[in-house]
Write a protein that binds this ligand. Structure first.
Ligand SMILES: [Mg+2]
Length: 108
């Protein structure tokens, strides 16, 4: 079986907030919007004269993408701590789903 390639990232639990499902979900949408805005800049879709370089925009994209990931992780902590969800088990089911849908091909 071919080896699956993983990206491992570790993001901290934010200990100075009282997040819940609604607040983290709304924040996730907000951060996704900021990511989309950065993509718009990158593609010159916003109609503004582009005053920053592609590499500056790509750095902005990376930063906004990590904001999205951070909020997703914060929501995972909420699900684990308040709703008894085991995210590790969910990850196994998630990967199985990706394989079942054909997004990951397992070759000999
Ligand atoms: Mg952001």
């Amino acid at each position: 079986m071919s080896e699956m390639i993983y990206k491992h990232i570790s993001l901290p639990k934010l200990n100075n907030l009282q997040p819940n499902i609604e607040s983290t979900c709304l924040k996730l949408m907000e951060e996704a919007g900021e990511l989309a805005q950065a993509v718009g800049k990158f593609r010159g879709l916003n109609g503004e004269a582009v005053e920053i370089t592609d590499s500056e925009i790509v750095e902005m994209l990376s930063s906004e993408l990590l904001d999205v990931a951070q909020v997703a992780v914060s929501m995972m902590f909420v699900l684990e701590e308040k709703y008894n969800i085991n995210i590790d088990e969910c990850v196994d089911e998630h990967v199985a789903k990706l394989i079942r849908k054909g997004y990951i091909a397992l070759k000999e």
